[in-house]
Design a protein around this ligand. Sequence first.
Ligand code: SF4
Length: 267
Amino acid sequence: MLPREDDNMHIGVDIKAKIMEDVKEAIRVFQENPERPTKFGEPIIGYVDATDSMFDMYFSRRLSNHPKNIFRPGNTVVVHFVPFAPEITESNRGGDAPSEAWETAFNDSMWLSMRLNGVIREALDTVGRLSSGTNTPTDWDEELCREEWSHKLAAYAAGMGEFGPAGCLKTKNGFAGRFGSIITDGKYAQAMPPLSNEELEEAFQKIQRQYCEKSAAGVVCSQEMINACPAGAIAKDGINRKICQAHCKTIDPYIPSPEVCGKCFFY
Ligand code: SF4
């Protein structure tokens, strides 16, 4: 059977270009709202095939749900990232508590992200594509210390960046900001040949190392990074997720994600 062609050009519409344009416009309009004072930088939008073998690895190792488990007819995961303005990121460097600007940005960006999901789905609607949301804002699993669906792991599979401490993702537009995603039945990403079991194991080990997961092979945390953690969750051999989560819960009882603290993301 011939591979299905990319759906990007549809009756003369470049849908990826339209999505980017609509996302930028939605960010511009969002920033006009005086009740949402956060300023944002340039968005990045990534596309990854829902059958990518990285998703199988994430699923089998309980790192994230699988896109096909969320929306079976989905063929592509569309991931968006909107960075905070640089001064917001800098305001959170050092100290024990998140800066006010960081906390505000965390909340504002959640609303923006939901709006962007809507904007992308509307754009896909115009070319007759089905789509589905990937998560609810509060899908945090305290047992596993993670969200049920990880936008960042999808972004990583889409080649949008490399991981850093506590699972922050370092993109070309920075690590501080908000990721979101939707799934569509449109084909907007090249299906890559599946990785071998050895390659998937290597990819898993690399992610664990980049996360600075406690006791993962090859993790060595600097003294500076250890000192930066207000919870004492970081030791030389990595980050204790449970201690991190307990601290983050004091900041946000509903989404105790490292994002709400973020002090170690600078390392
Ligand atoms: S508590 Fe903060 S600084 Fe410590 S590991 Fe978690 S996110 Fe990083």
